[in-house]
Ligand binder design. Structure first.
Ligand code: GLA
Length: 617
């Protein structure tokens, strides 16, 4: 073979090998972090000085400031939450008795009670970076993962300090990955090893691509290799193709609001983190946020770029004298574009449609100005402040707007309301479980979770609730109307049934409710729920007569039993569950009795069939 051919072949092999290393073909799918995790972390502002009073105040503020509603869900403890030494005499991790006297489980309960999730910090070595004795998870991976799960932890940041000789980074992280996969609870796995390695996307949900971030614009020359905002952007942008749903490059936490940078520079951190589909973990004292910092952290249109379901990391398409154009394709076919100015003076920056793969005329919205700029042919130019970023959403043609969720049909409160047919949920851990007689229900409920059943019609009034539940512990279910903080109409104090598979009907009184309401079941403690129903003055009192004639003929027969807005096979299947039953045998199936003759049979199916494939509402 000629020397020149050999050279070409070698070059080609090299290119292919590089592509294989950089393209993440097999991300770890543990079912969570499908969009970049959002929350708050203690390190950037409090460093090692954390305690439970302050963390609870942060949880309160995440709710009251609107952060939770904007998507910041994870409240993450960083280093130094542990006791010194960090383990009890059995080798289990324990929290510092002075700073976290109630323990981490109690903190998790508190945080979950606010509708948030709790994250924690550990290390693959012998000690965490704070250097506390016995604080590392090396050799304790399974035990520590189980401890975290038993406390209700939802997120683990796993650091890279104090590594014993002979350790292998990949092996250590994969050990913890396996331990988390087997711990019985979905826990986001955040690899913090200060650099990208090709095995990380198949090992964690996110991985740090940089050393620690500084509250500075440019950290070039830092003795530890720590990085400023602009350096972090440059390093993180090298691994664009590795990011996707469930697996994210992590350029470290936000410094927004920590006073070392200008408001423009902080806006650039938010803009570029969102363009790069990065985790958004705020790191400021949110108890004392100025309005300008809130405006940055809470800009929902910019956050939507980060959280876009396509999960593409944006990339630089043009760079000239410190003026840059970046693009991020979005799920609806539009494109997010960032115009980034690295210069020390205001610059005019132009995005040409050819830079971002579109032609003709396109409409432009400025997401910081929150303004539609109009329709432009071929390009758009904006003035960008020093170290600032303009973020645009650019659409050509009709945007694929998401199909709006249909309003659920009204459902009678006096029918059996299947627990798994909820319309809304505030938890990612609740699962549909098998219950009794081939039925389904909900399980894995935790303190602070709630389920919403929309448009429940209480007719002329209902005064009690009955539910089929299983519980090896005890739990309370508060029944509220129309919002998580709406009117409390009663509490079902669930007595233990002995185990999670033994179901009993349990009842409580409620204050009289009439008309149509959304029902919120608010859980304190764990319980399995198969179904629930309401009863009252206008519902049948007899449960045992085959000659029963329904008295509530006002119950509307919509045919849409699962409330998804359309009458189809799914509804026939629900109806079939009560087939040939007489209403007196089962007073909950009043809704299926289309012709009101007191029995569910083929004639009712015929009525339903006439409505087949029609939309309710
Ligand atoms: C490392 C990590 C930081 C932080 C500290 C805590 O430096 O990179 O993000 O967790 O440890 O000690």
């Amino acid at each position: 073979m000629k020397k020149s051919y050999l050279l070409i072949i070698l070059i080609l092999v090299g290119i292919i090998a590089t592509l294989l290393v950089n393209i993440n073909v097999r991300a770890w799918d543990n079912g969570i972090a499908k969009t970049p995790p959002m929350g708050w972390n203690s390190w950037n502002i409090f460093h090692e000085n954390i305690n439970e009073t302050q963390i609870k105040q942060i949880a309160d503020t995440m709710v009251s400031s609107g952060m939770k509603d904007a998507g910041y869900i994870y409240l993450n403890l960083d280093d130094n939450w542990m006791a010194n030494p960090a383990r009890d005499s059995n080798g289990n991790l324990i929290s510092d008795p002075t700073r976290f006297p109630s323990g981490i489980k109690a903190l998790a309960d508190y945080v979950h009670g606010k509708g948030l999730k709790l994250g924690i910090y550990g290390d693959r070595g012998a000690k965490t970076c704070a250097g506390v004795a016995q604080s590392g998870s090396k050799g304790y991976e399974d035990r520590d993962a189980k401890t975290f799960a038993s406390w209700g932890i939802d997120y683990l940041k796993y650091d890279n300090c104090n590594i014993p000789n002979g350790s292998d980074m990949k092996t250590d992280y994969q050990k913890m990955q396996t331990a988390l996969a087997n711990c019985g609870r979905p826990i986001v796995f955040s690899i913090c090893a200060w650099e990208y390695q090709s095995w990380m996307p198949s090992t964690g949900n996110l991985w740090r691509t940089t050393r620690d971030i500084l509250d500075q614009w440019d950290g070039t020359g830092n003795a530890y290799g720590f990085v400023g905002i602009i350096n972090s952007i440059d390093q993180n942008s090298k691994y664009t193709s590795s990011a996707g749903p469930g697996a994210w490059n992590d350029p470290d936490m936000l410094e927004i609001g920590n006073t070392g940078c200008t408001v423009e520079e902080y806006r650039t951190q938010m803009s570029m983190w969102c363009m790069m589909a990065s985790p958004l973990l705020s790191g400021n004292d949110i108890r004392k946020m100025s309005q300008s910092i809130k405006d940055i952290l809470l800009n929902k249109e910019v956050i939507a770029i980060d959280q876009d379901s396509l999960g593409k990391q944006g990339y630089r398409v043009k760079s000239s004298n410190g003026n840059e154009v970046w693009v991020k394709p979005l799920a609806d076919g539009t494109k997010a574009v960032a115009l980034l100015n690295r210069n020390s003076s205001t610059q005019s920056i132009t995005v040409n449609w050819s830079d971002i793969g579109i032609t003709g005329s396109a409409s432009v919205r400025d997401l910081w100005a929150k303004a539609d700029k109009g329709s432009f042919n071929g390009s758009y130019t904006a003035s960008v402040a020093s170290h600032g970023t303009v973020v645009l959403k650019i659409s050509t043609g009709p945007v694929n707007t998401p199909v709006p969720t249909p309003t659920p049909a009204e459902i009678s409160a006096f029918t059996k309301l299947e627990a798994e047919n909820y319309n809304d949920i505030n938890s990612s851990t609740i699962q549909i479980v098998d219950t009794v007689n081939g039925g389904k229900g909900v399980g894995y409920i935790e303190n602070g979770n709630y389920l919403v059943y929309k448009r429940i019609n209480f007719g002329n009034g209902s005064t009690s609730l009955k539910a089929l539940v299983a519980d090896s512990l005890t739990a309370n279910i508060d029944i509220r109307l129309n919002s998580p903080t709406g009117t409390l109409i009663g509490t079902l104090k669930v007595a233990t049934t002995g185990d999670w598979n033994t179901y009993t009907e349990q009842t409580c009184d409620i204050s009289k409710v009439t008309g149509v309401n959304d029902v919120y079941l608010m859980f304190s403690g764990a319980v399995n729920l198969d179904w629930f129903t309401f009863a009252g003055s206008n519902t049948p009192t007899s449960t045992n007569t085959s000659t029963y004639t329904p008295t509530n003929t006002s119950v509307a027969f919509t045919g849409d039993f699962n409330g998804d807005g359309v009458v189809n096979m799914a509804d026939i299947i629900i109806m079939a569950g009560s087939f040939n039953s007489v209403l007196g045998d089962n007073k909950y199936n009043l809704l299926y009795d289309a012709n009101k003759d007191g029995v569910i049979n083929m004639s009712d199916v015929m009525v339903l069939a006439l409505k087949f494939n029609t939309f309710v509402n």
